[in-house]
Design a binder for this molecule. Structure first.
Ligand code: MN3
Length: 191
């Protein structure tokens, strides 16, 4: 059985950028809903008992419903880990890799912000590491996820409206601006 992970921080740690009410819905209803529906959907199928990564990899072609639920479970679990009340800036090897592949941290931030801002409809902005250990930024629609690819996921921002509508209404820009104060760069570096 897949389980909803506990949030790795107190649910009031990011207010007013991301309120306790948002976590109550986004983690307690949306993410929990994906996990519960995933468990129901895999019951008695070949997917039962497999790891989340295996389910994502094998369901994409044969079972869109299972894929969407499994990928959203992965994406949300990863997203919570990308957040920290302490924030800061990247350091060490990660800072060097960002400078190498984007020119500067500011240029990286601008490109990630632009991808998140201009993404049409529901989806995710991701920083991933691909071939030759090169870092790049990609937008993924709906439940699509780098977990289904050969790329290594490093950092993500949920740009579905449910992620920001309670606290920012339609202002996706203020949601993205605030995100930069709360990135868990230690987690990103570990990936
Ligand atoms: Mn979400």
């Amino acid at each position: 059985m897949f389980e909803l992970p506990n949030l790795p921080f107190p649910s009031d740690a990011f207010a007013p950028w991301m309120s306790e009410e948002t976590f109550r819905y986004h983690h307690g209803k949306h993410h929990a809903g994906y996990v519960n529906k995933l468990n129901a959907a895999v019951l008695g199928t070949d997917f039962e008992g497999r790891s989340l990564e295996q389910v994502i990899a094998t369901s994409r072609e044969q079972n869109q419903k299972v894929f969407n639920l499994a990928a959203q479970h992965f994406n949300h679990s990863f997203f919570w880990n990308c957040l920290s009340p302490n924030g800061g800036v990247p350091t060490g090897e990660l800072a060097l890799a960002i400078e190498r592949d984007f020119g500067s941290f500011e240029a990286f931030k601008n490109q990630f912000t632009d991808t998140a801002m201009t993404h049409f409809g529901s989806g995710w902005a991701w920083l991933v590491r691909g071939e030759g250990r090169k870092l790049f930024i990609k937008g993924f629609h709906d439940a699509q996820t780098p977990a289904q690819t050969n790329e290594t996921p490093l950092l993500t921002l949920d740009v579905w409206e449910h992620a920001y509508y309670i606290d920012h209404r339609n202002d996706r820009g203020s949601y993205i601006d605030g995100f930069w104060n709360y990135v868990n760069w230690n987690f990103v570096t570990q990936q």
